[in-house]
Design a protein around this ligand. Sequence first.
Ligand SMILES: [Zn+2]
Length: 169
Amino acid sequence: MTVSQWGQISHYKDYCIMQNKTLHEIDMNKWKHDLSNQPKLRTYMLFKNEYKCENYVSMILPKSLRSFIAQIRCGVLPLRIETGRFRNLAVGDRICTFCNLNEIESEIHFCFVCPVYVSLRLLFYNSIDRLCPEFINLDYANKFKKMFTDKKTHNKECHIHSKLFSDEK
Ligand SMILES: [Zn+2]
């Protein structure tokens, strides 16, 4: 093979790499655009920034726990924010019926605010605090993101405690 031919192959490889990057960017932009037009995916958008397989999918977890994680990530856990949709309730009317805070029963309310789950939340905080001491100081959106994406906190022990919330419901 001549130097010129090697040059052409190298140029062709660069061209293919550039094409793959461009196609990936187009896919990512379309995916992000599609997500932003789906109000049901409000929670999912909090932490899903990359188009890739999530850590929990490859973890060895009981089926019920895997199901819980998928449901809360996708915003389909049977919370009023979701079940109210079936009854055509306005989002503002999907109030938590377990407490008297008069807040929408969203994933954030369920995980971090609702006083009904205080004791379970403490168990969860104790387990996550050992892995991520800064967790307690994060805002709710970042806590949620950390719970369901960060490799350090996205582990079986923490999810078992978060699963307790849903068993309580
Ligand atoms: Zn509540």
